[in-house]
Write a protein that binds this ligand. Sequence first.
Ligand code: PMP
Length: 381
Amino acid sequence: MNNIFCENIKKVEISGIRKFYNKVLKVNDAISLTLGQPDFPMPESVKNGVLKSVDENKTTYTPNAGILELRQEISNYLKNSSIEYEEDEICITVGGSEGLMSTLMALINSGDKVLIPNIAYPAYESITQIVGGDIVNYKLNEDFTINITHLKEMINTHKPKILVLSCPSNPCGSILTLEEKESLHQIIKENDIIVISDEIYASLCYGDYYSISQCYDIREKIIMVSGFSKMFSMTGLRVGYICTTKYIMENILKIHQYNVSCATSISQYGALSGLKYGLKDVEIMKLKFKKRRDYVYKRLKDMELEVCRPDGAFYIFPSIKKFNMTSEEFCHRLLNEEKVAIVPGTAFGEGGEGYIRISYCYSDEELQIALEKLENFIKKI
Ligand code: PMP
């Protein structure tokens, strides 16, 4: 029966994050720090936007690219971060996920090379496999910044069509520095390459926010994918967006149109209301995440784990290399012996071996208990 499936899909596995999460569900009373689902309820403004649109029967198809008011509001919002896209250069998608899929489907011919960071969010590799592209990985430095020399070598050797950037990073929590942005700007200028910049965590930068999408002179080579899942803690409403030039967008829209027609109308109205009235709630959530980041980082340091302080998103990625076990083994034992679930670094590529991902978008109480248990486990092994 395996032969009924297309060759590309046979190569793809379900995400290592979900695989581990499914194991957690089978262990009674386990505390899970596995998913990237903020624990805050979505802002009142988003709820009101959704409810009002239901009351007003705004439940029909919207334009394929999404409702105009939302695209205009996104355009204004991005201008605050020096990113310039007009409403006809924006398409509202079904989460960032559909944004990534539609973009890669529109660009990849069989065998085209896609340069993807190793360590990174697993969807980049899986989508590349689904659309028949070839994965080429680039390495990150020890502090999870981009190894620019290596990246240049990879571009020269492999001549990839696409470069994926992912900052703030899931799982590393690193953000783009000004130096990285400047080096990347130069590299992109000099090479025939299209950049997909996944900025779904842009609203969760604890340091200065730099983005390749701010480089106006190379905008014809840039596709930014972002969304509201994390920003408004509304992962289930499924609203993301793509920003790019009209020339590229015309072709992405063909995939988007035939796949989903449009993003869910009432969710789009929720996001619109959030952008108009809920930005202060985003700041409050960010401050709370920052406090948790500081707490988790200090606890891990106190346990004498080697760990970089994340400057974005809500993940921390400590090294467990000194324990001489694989990430998978470490996480399984922690789950079985202490009932705490975290994700093995290998779920994010081979480069993740020797690391674990802790998601700190959980309550202070859960974090405290889970870290105590982690400390007990470390003392024991
Ligand atoms: N990019 C990254 C880096 C992510 O971590 C996620 C979700 N965890 C997504 C994209 C997809 O987000 P969405 O829920 O909006 O589809």
